[in-house]
Design a protein around this ligand. Structure first.
Ligand SMILES: [Zn+2]
Length: 175
């Protein structure tokens, strides 16, 4: 669902970025890249990973260092399906699409959205979870460690939700 259509500016390969940054960190603080250390880099740059066919924009790439992108948060999770349907029709008929954005306001995260910081704390928690337990995402659709593919899921779980009992327990055991 992570279409890159309409994305302006540069797009980075997340694994490549991670490798370069890992190299830079190990050069600078050699003792701080192993277990027991978590480095997180928050960036406005958009990155993604390649699945063998195409690139998918990502919000987070867990690992060393973990990369978390504010642009990824806006661009990677998809808006409601009908939003794209209506937008396609408007674009084809040469009409203005700005009213559509007003109609759907609040159903997705925007650039400079005040919701971005609280949402990023869920993704930061995910990076910690990965480092401590090796687990990527949680399958529980009510847990803030769930791998949201839709903006509406992000707003429901990463913004309004909290960590589930099972993940909390796993963190307690690992910590
Ligand atoms: Zn969970």
């Amino acid at each position: 669902m992570s279409g890159l259509e309409g994305v302006r500016g540069e797009f980075y390969d997340g694994l490549w970025m991670q490798r370069i940054l890992h190299g830079a960190l190990s050069g600078k603080n050699p003792g701080e890249t192993g277990r027991g250390y978590i480095h997180m880099i928050f960036t406005g740059r958009l990155f993604g990973t390649y699945d063998g066919r195409r690139y998918h924009a990502r919000v987070i790439l867990a690992g060393s260092p973990a990369l978390i992108s504010t642009s990824g948060l806006v661009e990677a999770p998809a808006k409601p399906r009908e939003y794209y349907f209506i937008k396609g029709g408007l674009v084809r008929s040469g009409q203005d699409v700005s009213e559509l954005d007003i109609m759907y306001k609040g159903r997705y995260v925007e650039y400079d959205d005040p919701k971005i910081s609280p949402i990023l704390s869920s993704y930061a928690l995910q990076a910690v979870y990965y480092e401590l337990t090796g687990g990527e995402f949680c399958g529980n659709t009510g847990c803030c460690l769930y791998n949201s593919h839709w903006q509406e899921e992000v707003l429901k779980v990463q913004y309004e939700g909290s960590i589930c009992e099972k993940c909390l327990e796993a963190l307690r055991e690992a910590g």
